[in-house]
Write a protein that binds this ligand. Structure first.
Ligand SMILES: *[C@@H]1O[C@H](CO)[C@@H](O)[C@H](O)[C@H]1NC(C)=O
Ligand SMILES: *[C@@H]1O[C@H](CO)[C@@H](O)[C@H](O)[C@H]1NC(C)=O
Ligand SMILES: *[C@@H]1O[C@H](CO)[C@@H](O)[C@H](O)[C@H]1NC(C)=O
Ligand SMILES: *[C@@H]1O[C@H](CO)[C@@H](O)[C@H](O)[C@H]1NC(C)=O
Ligand SMILES: *[C@@H]1O[C@H](CO)[C@@H](O)[C@H](O)[C@H]1NC(C)=O
Length: 456
């Protein structure tokens, strides 16, 4: 049985890869055909959210947005989308507490917005509802699931990050996004350039001295790395809430698949581009609305991120999968593969085992010769999180989040500071993306987030 699942996983991966290659090749005609849902038998559009972009999502719920652009020292122009609550007077907005929400690998700012349908009523109360428009939560009593809207409705000044190369951050002072030159960046550049300029911009724009930072997965990884490099961010960021923080260890339901793909690191290195191509996200959105294909989408999503059908609103799966496949750079992917390969001995360790195994977050490995040039040593240096001196870090994670392997354990064993909060989600069905998608994520996660914000 186990063997069957592995084979099935591999076949699914290969199929998607082949589809991607085929479609890249035949791009336009097929794309146009596929994109029209009604052309495929058995497909119907489950919600307008499936094809909404970040701006349409914000407006559809009754909020307003502002676009802000910041330029990194290496020329990438990043877009910060600021959410505005129309029920708060302009002169009062300056007093609101700024929060930067940072998405993880393969995602974009939309990840904070799409958990459920919702709307802001004429009194300024934000409600969330299911696809039948049945109200499930309202802001005055229960917590909603879409953290971006929950925080904005409650009077926080919410900024959504979009990392370089995201469809919302495509511009560069002189490089073309289609060129390979553009895509030559790893997590090191997200850490060294992107995060600091975004933080410093928001702090100076809002004239506040501190910024709250909430991030999922790789969004948390980059903040741990930045704080380990530069203690001035320990002063500026308060609190840092790390949701399902990825760090140095990664694990898969289909172990062989991860190891196998990680060993193709050189292929990714030699081809700096977006991975996967944008078309994949639109294709999956469309295909996963198909009555026949959607079952495969559940299996696929389960194998990759561990989300179980019964924990989420299953009709929203196409929206969730679309939001999880927005693309990253092949070099960022190669950086993750490097960590998988380096910490390979952890791949076969059960995540239930209590033994803490050591793993390290390394800088990008360019190969010996280039490493000497960049780092003055043959092997990449490590990000030493033992140097972090912030006492405002809170962790929120699921025990059975296999995707980030032993990241949480490793982090906790390395950090020398007392955590503001160390919260293991009590619901044992949670895996990596359920912090967004689970039906009860409002109660399980967002409530805790608000509690932490209130205490700092
Ligand atoms: C929110 O829901 C609760 C119970 O579900 C209800 O008592 C309350 O009136 C609702 N609030 C608003 C503003 O509708
Ligand atoms: C690129 O820059 C232009 C001009 O500043 C702006 O209008 C556009 O929204 C930007 N696009 C992206 C995806 O960053
Ligand atoms: C840390 O970041 C600040 C900007 O916030 C910068 O001025 C300073 O040079 C940085 N320090 C190091 C060691 O990089
Ligand atoms: C894990 O894999 C390594 C080599 O890849 C092997 O030496 C070790 O015995 C394995 N551990 C377990 C528990 O299977
Ligand atoms: C952290 O380090 C910075 C710079 O070294 C220092 O100014 C600050 O007081 C330290 N904070 C704590 C909580 O130790």
């Amino acid at each position: 049985m186990n063997h069957l699942i592995k084979v099935f996983g591999l076949v699914m991966m290969l199929t998607v890869a082949m589809l991607a290659a085929m479609i890249q090749y035949l791009q336009f005609s097929i794309y146009k055909y596929m994109f029209h849902v009604t052309n495929i038998p058995g497909t119907y559009q489950i919600s307008d959210d499936v094809y909404r972009n970040i701006f349409e999502l914000i407006e559809s719920r009754g909020f307003i947005y502002e676009q802000h652009f910041v330029t990194t020292p290496d020329g990438y122009i990043l877009q910060l989308v600021r959410m505005v609550n129309p029920f708060i007077k302009i002169e009062d907005r300056i007093r609101l507490r700024p929060i930067l929400l940072h998405h993880g690998y393969q995602c974009s700012g939309t990840i904070w917005l799409v958990a459920m349908n919702g709307h802001l009523d004429h009194n300024g109360n934000y409600y969330e509802m299911d696809e039948q428009k049945q109200i499930l939560t309202n802001s005055s009593n229960q917590m909603g699931n879409s953290l971006g809207f929950i925080l904005t409705a409650r009077g926080y000044d919410v900024w959504l990050a979009n990392y370089r190369g995201s469809i919302y951050s495509r511009n560069h002072t002189h490089l073309d996004i289609e060129s390979n030159e553009y895509w030559k960046f790893s997590m090191d550049q997200l850490i060294k350039y992107d995060l600091p300029v975004q933080i410093d911009y928001i702090i100076s724009y809002t004239k506040h001295t501190k910024l709250s930072y909430i991030a999922h997965s790789q969004g948390a990884l980059i903040m741990f790395a930045l704080m380990s490099m530069n203690n001035s961010y320990a002063e500026k960021i308060e609190p840092f809430i790390a949701l399902a923080p990825a760090f140095c260890s990664f694990h898969s339901k289909v172990d062989s698949l991860f190891k196998y793909s990680a060993s193709m690191r050189n292929v990714f290195l030699s081809y700096p581009q977006r991975f996967p191509p944008l078309i994949i996200s639109s294709l999956l959105r469309t295909l996963c609305q198909n009555y026949f294909i959607k079952h495969l989408c559940f299996v696929f999503n389960y194998l990759i991120v561990g989300t179980q059908k019964r924990t989420i609103f299953p009709e929203r799966l196409p929206i969730y999968i679309g939001a999880e496949t927005m693309g990253a750079s092949t070099w960022v992917t190669a950086h993750l593969m490097q960590l998988i390969l380096k910490n390979d001995n952890m791949m076969n360790s059960s995540i239930d085992s209590e033994t803490t195994k050591e793993c390290q977050l390394e800088y990008f490995d360019y190969g010996e010769a280039e490493n000497l040039r960049f780092y003055g040593q043959r092997t990449p240096p490590i990000y030493d999180v033992a140097k972090i001196n912030s006492t405002k870090i809170a962790l929120i994670y699921a025990k059975k989040d296999f995707l980030i392997g032993n990241s949480v354990q490793s982090l906790k064993s390395k950090l020398n500071v007392k955590l503001l909060d160390d919260y293991e989600i009590p619901d044992q069905t949670y895996s990596h993306m359920d912090l967004f998608w689970a039906k009860n994520s409002g109660e399980m996660v967002n409530k805790k987030v608000l509690e932490i914000l209130n205490s700092t």
